[in-house]
Design a binder for this molecule. Structure first.
Ligand SMILES: [Zn+2]
Length: 379
């Protein structure tokens, strides 16, 4: 069994479900177990380790390989330690099972496979005495990617700097240099309540919202289909939730919707809000943006695919054209924090967040080998 596979099995067996997705006190929640295990493994392999607190009991794990000479550059490898999960899941999710060349288990694909590939590559370089001459390599296994990206936000807030970062996510071993962002809004219409038998005395908030939803899903969606990013395609919008009214015989005075808008580079939460406001107002609709609603937005990111380290990783991966993905990740936070960032890792995002999550062992081992070659090539 390869080192990467052995490491991945051990990681899957250590539950690290994001605590936001579990009831308080569920023993399977939290990143601490995984961070402590990785710290011990990295220290035993000669790396310098640090558990950097993000929230109580939820640290980032940093493992460094110093260069042979003075530090003149820094490479960051940044997968995450948390996984998705739900309260009703059985403990079988945390028993790694190998079948037909695949390893099954929670987090095998998203993104413990990347953690295993990155750490085993780094340990192989350390073991072989093949450390770079002037590049410090830092593996930061980040907490809370699946909820609010608090791990990467903390790293940037503390002033961490690097010349290049590789965020670990399952990209089928493609070097991804762009991803979409996401903006969420809660919108509200306000009417006037009246008895259902005298609707002409009230003002129906649901009717106003129905017109707003129709405009958003037709006219606005059409406008978005005319905008196109070469790697990411068109931005999108989805009205995912609606609530309003009290009962059938009352004219509703309030209706709310929640919107998920996926953005491309050049769009921001402010520009999206301004567009929606002008569309709705222009059609005579008074719609309020609820205050706390823009939380959890994530900006789109784009890195020059021709940066030297991006190019050399692409060459190793045998990839000619640059690539983008729809989902967002810690790459957004790192890249807007000033670190040119790409996303790269074994496994396919199609298997992430699914009930039967798995990763191909072939992809895992190829990823570890590619990363090792890349690390050995650093100056
Ligand atoms: Zn992930």
């Amino acid at each position: 069994m390869s080192n990467a596979e052995k490491l991945l099995r051990e990681l899957v067996a250590l539950p690290s479900v994001n605590p936001e997705l579990m009831p308080p006190g569920d023993a399977r929640a939290g990143e601490l177990r995984v961070a402590e295990f990785l710290a011990a493994t990295a220290a035993a392999g000669g790396l310098e380790v640090e558990l950097a607190p993000v929230l109580p009991g939820r640290p980032n794990l940093l493992a460094r390989l110093a260069p042979a000479g003075r530090v003149r550059r820094r490479l960051l490898l940044a997968p995450h330690s948390d996984t998705v999960g739900e309260p009703s899941m059985s403990d079988d999710y945390f028993r790694p099972v190998k079948r037909h060349g695949r390893l099954h288990g929670r987090g095998a694909c998203d993104t413990k496979g990347c953690v295993a590939a990155m750490l085993s590559a780094l340990l192989a370089v350390a073991r072989a005495g093949a450390r770079p001459g002037e590049t410090e390599i830092v593996l930061a296994v980040l907490a809370d990617e699946e909820a609010q990206q608090l791990g990467s936000r903390r790293l940037i807030a503390e002033g961490f700097k690097a010349d290049f970062a590789v965020v670990g996510e399952p990209t089928c071993l493609k070097v991804v240099t762009a991803h979409k962002g996401a903006v969420r809004f809660t919108l509200e219409t306000v009417g006037r309540a009246a008895h259902g038998a005298r609707p002409e005395l009230g003002r129906n908030a649901i009717h106003a919202m129905a017109r707003a939803v129709d405009l958003i899903e037709t006219r606005y969606a059409q406008l978005l289909r005319r905008r196109r990013h070469p790697l990411l395609g068109c931005p999108t919008i989805n009205v995912g939730w609606i609530q309003g009214g009290v009962q059938a015989n009352t004219v509703p005075d309030r209706c709310q919707i929640k919107i998920d808008r996926r953005t491309i580079p050049g769009e921001s939460s402010g520009s999206v809000r301004a567009e929606l406001e002008s569309l709705l107002r222009g059609n005579g609709l008074k719609v309020r943006f609820c205050p706390s609603a823009a939380e959890r937005s994530c900006k789109p990111m784009e890195t020059d695919p021709d940066l030297p380290w991006a190019q050399s990783l692409r060459r190793l991966a045998g990839q000619r054209a640059p690539a983008g993905v729809n989902y967002f990740s810690d790459a957004s936070i790192l890249s807007h924090g000033g670190i040119p960032t790409v996303i790269f890792g074994p496994g396919d995002i199609a298997q992430a967040h699914t009930a039967d999550e798995w990763i191909s062992i072939g992809s895992l081992e190829r990823g570890a080998a590619l990363l090792e070659t890349f690390l050995r090539s650093l100056p």
